[in-house]
Design a protein. Structure first.
Length: 244
């Protein structure tokens, strides 16, 4: 976030619902006309790839729902401002810390729920949580690996080559992630209810708009993400009456 607000906004809650949306965005980011948004003062963004989604994890199947957060303790990384706001909006009690500490509090049963990236769960929690632990299959937002360089060491031409290379390797990184995720049994995942989808769409949009107003999220990226969502779901109300 402190290196490039534009690219960091890709991880806003609900901004890019699935990998297809992120891959289309990656194609846009590789275009030379986007280059000005990729450089911010002394830093330049050189590309991004998917490392999965941020999701909701719970200590039992009945809690694996966005509509179960009211009054419950939820571990969230202190760098994930958007998800802290989302949990607050759903009346959960956030417990924040570094990503390792966040996962640790959940695996030690100090919190009932956790919002964390796939990579965090795979690396630090898989195999260490209880038998009743479940994850909500619905992505809450994207989780990405982003390469940031010093602008004076990566002139525009070289930076553009690297961005195009990241796009070329997008599917390769995604396949590596899918291989790791395949080790999690299907029974682990709880399918979202229609109420979960409605709650995410409504609450996440409010969080994005609030944080845009506070200068935390980049308005250009939010607008771009909305256009991508509308490419896949043109019938949604936000496509006819845009607010982002």
């Amino acid at each position: 976030q402190r290196f490039n607000r534009f690219l960091a906004t890709t991880e806003a809650p609900g901004a890019l619902p699935d990998r297809q949306h992120l891959q289309l965005l990656a194609q846009v980011l590789a275009k030379p006309e986007i280059a000005d948004h990729m450089t911010n003062g002394q830093y330049t963004a050189l590309g991004l790839v998917s490392i999965g989604y941020s999701r909701l994890y719970a200590d039992s199947a009945d809690k694996a729902s966005l509509n179960s957060l009211d009054g419950k303790s939820v571990s969230v990384a202190d760098t994930d401002t958007g998800f802290i706001r989302l949990v607050d909006a759903l009346r959960g009690r956030t417990r924040t810390g570094s990503m390792p500490a966040t996962v640790q509090t959940f695996t030690n049963e100090l919190t009932e729920l956790m919002v964390a990236p796939d990579i965090g769960y795979l690396a630090m929690a898989s195999g260490r949580t209880g038998d009743q632990t479940r994850g909500l299959a619905m992505p809450l937002g994207q989780s990405t690996l982003q390469l940031i360089g010093h602008a004076d060491r990566f002139p525009p031409g070289l930076a553009q080559i690297l961005r195009e290379d990241f796009l070329f390797k997008f599917n390769s990184y995604a396949r590596m992630l899918d291989k790791e995720l395949s080790n999690i049994p299907e029974s682990f995942w709880i399918n979202p209810s229609p109420a979960d989808l409605t709650t995410l769409n409504k609450s996440a949009q409010k969080v994005r708009l609030d944080l845009r107003g506070e200068g935390y999220y980049d308005p250009v990226m939010l607008r771009l993400a909305r256009k991508i969502r509308c490419r896949f779901s043109p019938g949604e109300s936000e496509c006819k009456n845009p607010v982002e």
